[in-house]
Design a protein around this ligand. Structure first.
Ligand SMILES: NC(=O)c1ccc[n+]([C@@H]2O[C@H](COP(=O)([O-])OP(=O)(O)OC[C@H]3O[C@@H](n4cnc5c(N)ncnc54)[C@H](O)[C@@H]3O)[C@@H](O)[C@H]2O)c1
Ligand SMILES: O=C(O)[C@H](O)COP(=O)(O)O
Length: 600
């Protein structure tokens, strides 16, 4: 018995794969291109569904900003690497159609035009760092392009930079340095303020924010934090109280910003919030320039509401040389250096190179930004159900009669597990892939499955049935129903009038176990002939011998019937595609009422 294999990658890969013909019926049979035989296995980090083919051409990775050597070496071992720094948008757009992956830092805008210019070749964008605000995630998703980042390797560097700016600002280090170098000795002008005993409000208590908090505690500061999504116990564990936004900004002597730039954090520090702050507050920003209304900050600095600011990031980078904010005497600035340590850049380069190579192999990256992150252990147990899901989708859609538009699909998962313990996103994506690929030219993957279904007006609803029994097995069966359509194989219509196919995993192999109201049991390997006939002796032999005469190998055969000598549905698994002539002969058996050939 063949082992379970993933029929295709969950993520787009540059490797050749088969495309499906749109109308697969008894009259229109076409051979598909050979299928790569990817296997499901665990990757280095997180799960993987890979399809590396020895004979495939090497993918091309465009590295658009400086990346550490260790990362480049890793990329070069797998791909052709084009290091082209400082490209204009036009140059980037014209190069991108030759590239499978693009690696950037924060200095390259990867907007919609980049994805459009790639004409479908770009499969992964790697952001060598944390912030992905320079990448148009919606456009990436719509184009089925995975975006991965390197979220951990520069955390400490950013936190250290925030602390460096905090201390430098409080003691006027930059201003005093410039003054002394200009030949002045102004000791009384640069009297600073102490940090010990002061209240620091950390806004955004994530990776960087919590590291800043930990370090500030070590400096003897009283640290509070505001983060609507952070766990209070995690904050308490390092002696930090989580407070409301207003409490944070009204009680702080120092405010350090560590949230991402999103529509809800854009200009979160503005005239209104500055007005609520303690007079003489000091602000550090190593997050993103856009979280501060920079003009409002200049006003607050001029009025003395804000005594000082230390900024590593700006709304527009680089900022204008005439920027009133940058030139302000009470502002200390650095040119986005938060992540710029030797150690962090080495770590980021390796982290992003691993993620990009993994994604090009079709692995699900653990740092995917626009696709579900599925832990390795979850994937390994769902692996055969992933295959089953795609095949049920493929079967169901091939049963739809021409002219019936697929609009509404209901998926039922029967499981003894509580819904919280069963992550079906992967399964839904694969069902969607199976449903859409045979009827379109769109390549569907985990990234764009939901988007593609929505775009095609296909509504996929999910239902869970809680079964008795051991929750050890993730799923008992999966059922796919296509509603309000006609079928080219009438027996596939269930008693409630929908095309229905149902499957289970038996001994690790996906099986088709129900078609319409008929129970069958056929392993989902190779291709399938479904045949409805009058239940009478000799039918299996008649069909079997026609296939045998034509050298078509039967892998499985199963008959489901309503009652003896009434109608029965025969499901026949075939390794090879029968010729039109062979199928015609099956159709001519007098007891055969209808039949259909389906590609899996
Ligand atoms: N200057 C640099 O070179 C540099 C380096 C690393 C990270 N960064 C930036 O620092 C920021 C934080 O990075 P991280 O790795 O800690 O990210 P993270 O995702 O670990 O943490 C961000 C935190 O912000 C919180 N948050 C979201 N919306 C919020 C809101 N409205 N109010 C308060 N908190 C909110 C989130 O819940 C999360 O806990 C990002 O903007 C990142 O781009 C800059
Ligand atoms: O988001 C980040 O990781 C930092 O802002 C670092 O950006 P950089 O890679 O451009 O230094």
């Amino acid at each position: 018995m063949a082992s379970t294999t993933a029929q295709s990658n969950l993520l787009s890969s540059p490797f050749p794969r088969r495309r499906s013909s749109s109308a697969i019926s008894t009259t229109s049979l076409r051979r598909h291109l050979p299928v790569p035989a990817p296997s499901l296995h665990r990757g280095g980090r997180g799960l993987s569904v890979s399809a590396v083919q020895q004979s495939s051409p090497k993918p091309t990775v465009l590295v658009a900003e400086k990346l550490g050597e260790a990362g480049l070496d890793l990329l070069k071992s797998f791909a052709n690497v084009d290091c082209s720094y400082g490209l204009t948008q036009e140059e980037l757009c014209s190069k991108i159609s030759l590239c499978d992956a693009l690696i950037v830092r924060s200095g390259t805008k990867v907007g919609r035009e980049v994805f459009e210019s790639s004409a479908g070749r770009l499969k992964v964008v790697g952001r060598a760092g944390v912030g992905i605000d320079n990448v148009d995630l919606s456009a990436a998703t719509e184009h089925g392009c995975l975006v991965v980042n390197a979220p951990t390797a520069n955390t400490v560097a950013a936190a250290e930079h925030a602390i460096a700016l905090l201390a430098a600002m409080a003691r006027n280090v930059a201003q005093a340095d410039a003054s002394l170098k200009a030949g002045k000795w102004k000791r009384s002008q640069y009297v600073g303020v102490s940090l010990v005993g002061k209240t620091l409000a950390v806004l955004g208590f994530g990776k960087v924010g919590s590291e800043v908090a930990r370090r500030a505690k070590g400096l003897g500061m009283h640290v509070i934090a505001h983060d609507p999504y952070a766990a209070a116990d995690r904050a308490r564990a390092i002696g930090v109280d989580l407070v409301s936004f207003d409490e944070a900004i009204t009680t702080a002597d120092f405010i350090s910003l560590h949230m991402p730039l999103t529509p809800s954090t854009s200009k979160v520090l503005n005239d209104e919030s500055f007005a609520k702050m303690k007079r003489g507050v000091r602000i550090v920003n190593v997050a993103r320039g856009g979280v501060i209304d920079e003009e409002a900050l200049v006003r607050a600095l001029n009025s003395g509401t804000v005594a000082q600011a230390a900024l590593d990031v700006f709304t527009k980078e680089p900022p204008s040389p005439e920027s009133a904010l940058v030139l302000h005497e009470n502002v200390t600035v650095t040119p986005h250096l938060g992540a710029s340590t030797v150690e962090a850049q080495e770590g980021v380069a390796i982290e992003i190179a691993e993620a990009v190579v993994g994604a090009l192999k079709g692995e699900l990256a653990s740092t995917a930004v626009n696709a579900p992150m599925v832990p390795a252990e979850v994937l390994s147990e769902l692996a055969p159900f992933v295959v089953l899901s795609e095949k049920l989708g493929r079967l169901a859609v091939q049963l739809v009669a021409g002219g019936s538009g697929v609009k509404s699909v209901k998926v039922t998962y029967a499981s003894a597990r509580s819904p919280d313990d069963l992550d079906t996103r992967l399964l839904r994506a694969m069902i969607t892939k199976g449903l859409i690929e045979p009827i379109s030219s769109v390549f569907v993957n985990l990234v764009n499955a939901d988007f593609t279904a929505k775009q095609r007006g296909i509504r996929i609803t999910e239902e869970r049935i809680l079964m008795d029994g051991s929750p050890e097995n993730p799923l008992d069966f999966i059922q796919v129903q296509i509603e309000n359509v006609e079928s080219k194989f009438a027996s596939a219509i269930s008693e409630v009038g929908e095309i229905r196919v149902e499957g289970r995993v038996i001994d690790g192999i996906p099986h088709l176990t129900k078609v319409g109201s008929f129970q069958v049991d056929v392993s989902l390997e190779g291709n399938l002939i479904l045949c409805r006939q009058v239940d009478q002796p000799g039918m299996i032999g008649s069909v079997g011998s026609i296939l045998g005469e034509q050298n078509v190998n039967v892998s499985f055969m199963s008959v489901g019937r309503i009652a003896p000598r009434k109608q029965a549905v025969m499901a026949i698994g075939v390794d090879d595609e029968p010729s039109k002539e062979t199928l015609k002969k099956i159709g001519e058996i007098p007891a055969v009422e209808e039949f259909v050939f389906l590609e899996l």
